[in-house]
Design a protein around this ligand. Sequence first.
Ligand code: SF4
Length: 250
Amino acid sequence: MEREKSSDLLKRIHEQYEVIPGIHNYCDRWCQRCRFCTRCSVYLMEVEEEKFRVENNLPEQDFEESMINILQDTMEMIIEMATEDGIELSEEMDAELEFFPPRRTGKKHYLFRKADEHSKWLIKWLRENTKKLDTKVKEFSETSKTDFLIFENAIDSLSWYMHFIAVKFSRALLPPYDESPESSYDKNGSAKIAIIATENTMQAISAIMSYFPEDEDEFLTALVRLERIRKRALKEFPDAMSFKRPGFDD
Ligand code: SF4
């Protein structure tokens, strides 16, 4: 059976489900914990792609192959939409490229640098304490279900948001190409989810800290760094927290 074009698949998903437009843009991408899976086109597309793969006994796509497919499908979609609107795509694209300066990524900014510092510290701490973490998980699995769940949830959160905070701040810090509402919209949405991820990480560290009092100094340093990130982000993006994320804040 031939693979359905992404544009057709997307159309079908929108017909079959009550999709919330743009919900995936400002979520934390933790689909296993998301209550909106059946209303998210990104999730549903992945489910359909996987279903097709299994039904047709196809091997799992490697990363490069899936990126090529996504790019091909995206280009097809853009060409289709442009043709429908009577736009001569190559001329439009040339004009855009001339108008917009090359993107800077905001990687020199305090928020990105500190979020990156946090990731590096966390990677190191997790690597150096693998044995200690395993011992605790084993101990709690035998002695306390509550501690087991709190501990596991905190470690999962730390790992999940390890790079996410820097990535989202980096996006929020991209230079504005104009003062349009679209530009502020994306910045505030990206900043809001980065701030939420920072707060979730702080909660996770506080939970872990209670199980490792000997590492308290290290954890407190991490918490201070995250609190500084949070405060600076709120100052830098004063409208971020009133941003309404589609689905999550409706
Ligand atoms: S909205 Fe939910 S299901 Fe969709 S990408 Fe985000 S976390 Fe995953």
